[in-house]
Write a protein of this length. Structure first.
Length: 221
């Protein structure tokens, strides 16, 4: 079973959106599991400090290596990667998600403040992952994005398993084609005639053409 372990200063943030819809149902049905570890439980001194001033000076605070390492070491890894949600990390991709979803799960470290001491990132072999080219206040929202992307690929989570085959970044790597449904005409705009023709070959050809067009326009990389 896919197990997600989250290290955070705000365990009350979870499951959040992971507890609703099909993802939440799968959690309740035992198709995957979620547990949280309170980082402050490993804090130093009477006030359970988890951070300190940055070496060399500068604004803000940095999460301590000894505190972070103790929290990570308290969790059974069972071949799971330890992922640090960080804006400087490698951009999350469907390829990464597919690999993790097929494994035993992930351990996610949610950063705060100015970041995490580099020594624990190196010392614990953490993978840095970003969910976009923007800076968040912490890693909790990013962790939910990563987990939702993984969990929806677990067999039995989605009602229609084939729905993941033609979506963006799947298979050939193209973006998804436009989708339409009733009513046939809305505010003067009609559904492309080919989609109501009943000719499945023409429909598939149109969808492939649209996927290529949209990918070329929006993701020329």
């Amino acid at each position: 079973m896919f197990r997600a372990s989250i290290i955070t200063l705000f365990p009350e943030a979870f499951p959040g959106v992971l507890g609703v819809s099909l993802i939440g149902k799968a959690l309740r049905d035992g198709l995957w599991s979620l547990d949280t570890t309170q980082l402050r439980d490993f804090g130093q001194g009477p006030h359970k400090n988890v951070d300190d001033t940055p070496s060399g000076g500068g604004a803000g605070m940095v999460l301590r290596a000894d505190v972070a390492a103790a929290a990570i070491d308290s969790i059974e890894r069972i071949d799971r990667p330890v992922i640090y949600l960080s804006p400087r990390g490698k951009q999350l991709s469907q390829e990464m998600v597919r690999e993790w979803a097929a494994g035993p799960g992930v351990i996610l470290f949610c950063g705060r403040f100015e970041g995490l001491d580099e020594r624990v990132i190196d010392g614990r072999g953490m993978q840095e992952v970003a969910v976009g080219e923007a800076v968040l206040a912490g890693g909790e929202a990013a962790a939910m994005v990563l987990l939702e992307a993984c969990v929806r690929l677990i067999p039995g989570v989605l009602g229609n398993e084939t729905s993941t085959h033609e979506e963006s970044f799947s298979g050939d790597g193209l973006l998804e084609h436009p989708q339409y449904t009733r009513p046939r005409e809305w505010e003067g705009r009609t559904i492309p005639e080919v989609l109501t023709s009943g000719d499945h070959a023409k429909v598939e050809a149109w969808r492939k053409s649209e996927r290529e067009r949209i990918t070329r326009t929006r993701r020329n990389d």
